[in-house]
Design a protein around this ligand. Structure first.
Ligand code: ZN
Length: 283
């Protein structure tokens, strides 16, 4: 996820790469989407990184950009088959600037924005699934997606987190960012490299998208509807925590102006953060 800031300068024109995939609109597919109980039937899928932006940390063995694109394309197929209108911010190995990704998302109404990433850390033992959101209206979606992805993954649950990453702050539609595990973790990296696991990740994300209204309805009414009730996932509000160097290029709001100050101030390591979270969550 990390990327040298200098790479941000190399911004090829990528405005034309957004592609729209419409579902086959079979009766069954339409019914499936309708059963979600939500008026939002367009999903903007954002595969993290791409092109010269490989993602991850320097020297990382598994390229994050390939894993995110593969999961995104699998998710696209699943959602399209369920009758959703699907928009991809990228559908090939190209670099798309963050503002372009946001612009694509904001050009749709009644839509949701789902960013797919994988995590990385210098410590190989760092592991787990985490899901980010920023706006209040995005929490049900984050909670539902996380419920399924973390529930279906053979790894730790790092929780739902609130943080003001660029693509989450700037989008005007419900937006979430899923970190589908650590590619720097030997076990999670091995999993991520199998098509079956990437397919499972896509299926779990799709299940969260379809089930997001269950969270909202469970909260807004004492009556639990027919669908499966998805509990709110515990989350940690990190919007007031200074971004550390683990910060994701994808969601980072840093600029060259802040780079110097950032370097001077080491902040809490991902590992201490992870252990804190797991203690809280496994109680
Ligand atoms: Zn990433």
């Amino acid at each position: 996820m990390r990327r040298n800031l200098s790479q941000l300068r190399l911004v090829p024109a990528a405005l034309s790469i957004a592609t729209v995939v419409c579902g086959t609109s079979s009766a069954a597919a339409r019914g499936s989407a309708a059963q979600s109980g939500s008026s939002a039937t367009a999903v903007v899928i954002d595969a993290g990184h791409g092109g010269f932006d490989r993602g991850g940390i320097p020297g990382q063995r598994i390229p994050e950009k390939e894993m995110t694109l593969d999961v995104a394309q699998r998710l696209k197929a699943l959602l399209a088959a369920s009758g959703y209108r699907v928009i991809m911010t990228r559908d090939s190995d190209v670099f798309v600037p963050l503002p372009t990704r946001v612009s694509i998302a904001n050009s749709y109404q009644n839509a949701i924005f789902v960013c797919i990433h994988f995590n990385s850390a210098k410590r190989m033992g760092a592991s787990g699934i985490e899901t980010y959101f920023y706006s209040h209206e995005s929490l049900p979606l984050a909670s539902a997606v996380h419920y399924y992805v973390a529930g279906g993954a053979p790894t730790s649950n790092r929780g739902v987190r609130r943080r003001g990453f660029y693509v989450l702050r700037k989008t005007k539609i419900p937006a979430v960012l899923v970190e589908c595990g650590f590619l720097t973790n030997p076990s999670e990296g091995d999993y991520a490299q199998t098509t079956s696991y990437r397919q499972k990740l896509a299926e779990e994300i799709a299940a969260g998208i379809r089930g997001r209204s269950s969270v909202a309805s469970a909260l807004s009414s004492t009556r639990v509807a027919t669908g499966e009730s998805i509990p709110y996932q515990p989350y940690i509000d990190q919007t007031k925590i200074h971004d550390s160097d683990r910060s994701h290029s994808k969601h980072s709001k840093k600029s060259s102006k802040t780079k110097a100050s950032k370097k001077k101030k080491p902040s809490k390591s991902i590992d201490s953060e992870a252990s804190t979270i797991s203690k809280e969550r496994e109680g």
